[in-house]
Ligand binder design. Structure first.
Ligand code: UD1
Ligand code: UDP
Length: 366
């Protein structure tokens, strides 16, 4: 049995931190890790291999940044070449990025079995009535790159590993072809493994909020980006903001970058390593984010999360009241910054028992 694991961006490297090494130790030369190189800055890629002791990828495709078609096209060309060379029986992908989609499509076209980890979440718009969330879908959900990628990948996959009961239900309702397995979330396994050492790390700051922002719907629409930034600039709450390079580039291009870094209560820094970032998450009052992974980690660490998006795929934690959706609404963001009464946030086991990685490996190697 030969397996190739194809990844390419920050969240994918983090997610597979345990899976890749375990597969390598079980399969030896019959396993390869392929990194697309969609993320190439040290602190979006290599740092995670180093700090989480992931054996470096067997190949890096160096696709880097470009428009969607070129990025996915380069990924497909590299996949075809390396599938032909290595001849894997199974290709594993995780998540919803352009790298994931390009890898998944070519795996199927080259007659490999396709395994999708993190299958099943679907984006829903969230609307609150008297504080209670309701969810609704529109055709616009398909305009969101990650949601479209994930739906297409799920439709192609032979093995669909769902991280939550709700995502498993989505797969069952859609009656997709592949085996649908409720595995739990491999990101939880990763968090649990490194949490004890992170808890021993000192953290020099307190009474601060943590902010991450990089989604196209926020960065690529000036009105949204300015509204969000002004909410943080005009509040006097302390903010730590590890800034994604996409956001930095967009802020510079609209002439807003200096306003952000000159705000005395906002500490802008480079994207952090996973250990430092999780430590910051453990110590912050609240996290404000448009990241999918950070929404989950906040819930798993019992940390109030305010989501800077109109929609989310992680509906379970909105329903349970642990995640508030505010989009780019300046007033709502400022209200959340002022409101220090913590809303209840408690990990109720939605993401499994921390054994998803072993469950997936056992299923594939049985
Ligand atoms: C990608 C994923 C997104 C995921 C995010 C994780 C897609 C469509 N998007 O978004 O789902 O949440 O990764 O962080 O696949 N850049 C650098 N250095 C890098 C990488 C990117 O400077 O190492 C800058 C470039 O200006 C680039 C921009 O960031 O144009 C966007 O990068 P890209 O990989 O296309 O998308 P992300 O926004 O990172
Ligand atoms: N993360 C990190 N450093 C940072 C910000 C985030 O290591 O400065 C981690 C975070 O802990 C989570 C992952 O990056 O595991 C989420 O990735 P990202 O927000 O880039 O993408 P998404 O999850 O939205 O696809």
């Amino acid at each position: 049995m030969k397996i190739a694991l194809a990844i390419g961006t920050r969240p994918e490297v983090i997610k597979i931190a345990i899976l890749a090494n375990k597969l390598r130790s079980k399969l030896g030369g019959d396993f390869e890790l392929w990194d697309s190189g969609q993320h190439y800055d040290y602190n979006l890629d290599e740092i995670f291999y180093e700090e989480m002791h992931i054996t470096p990828p067997d190949v890096n495709f160096n696709i880097m940044s470009d428009c969607t078609s070129v990025q996915i096209g380069k990924m497909m060309a590299c996949m075809e070449h390396h599938i032909e060379r290595f001849k894997p029986n199974i290709v594993i992908v995780a998540g919803d990025t352009n790298s994931t989609y390009g890898a998944a499509y070519m795996a199927k076209r080259c007659n490999c079995k396709l395994d999708h980890i993190e299958a099943g979440p679907r984006e829903y718009f969230v609307h609150y009535t008297n504080g209670h969330p309701t969810f609704f879908k529109t055709k616009a959900m398909l305009n969101m790159a990650e949601n479209l990628n994930r739906i297409l990948i799920d439709n192609m996959s032979d093995y669909l590993f769902a991280p939550t009961p709700m995502s498993h239900d989505n797969l069952l309702h859609e009656r997709l072809f592949g085996d649908k397995i409720l595995s739990g979330d491999i990101q939880f396994d990763v968090l649990l493994k490194w949490l004890p050492s992170i808890k021993n790390m000192p953290f020099p700051r307190k009474d601060f909020n943590l902010l991450t922002l990089h989604r196209a719907e926020n960065t690529d629409f000036k009105i949204n980006l300015v509204r969000i930034m002004n909410a943080f600039i005009e509040s006097d709450e302390d903010i730590i903001f590890p800034m994604h390079p996409r956001t930095k580039a967009k802020l510079e291009s609209i002439g807003k970058y200096r306003d952000v870094i000159n705000a005395p209560h906002i500490t802008v820094c480079e994207p952090m390593g996973f250990l430092d970032f999780t430590n910051a998450l453990l110590h912050c009052k609240k996290v404000f984010t448009d990241s999918g992974g950070v929404q989950k980690e906040a819930y798993l660490l019992n940390k109030p999360c305010v989501t800077l998006r109109e929609s989310t795929g992680w509906t379970d934690i909105v329903l349970s009241g642990d995640n508030r959706i505010v989009g780019s609404n300046k007033k709502h963001i400022m209200d959340e910054l002022k409101n220090t009464t913590k809303f209840i946030s408690k990990n109720k086991g939605i993401y499994g028992d921390g054994k998803a990685t072993d469950r997936i490996i056992n299923y594939l190697l049985k």
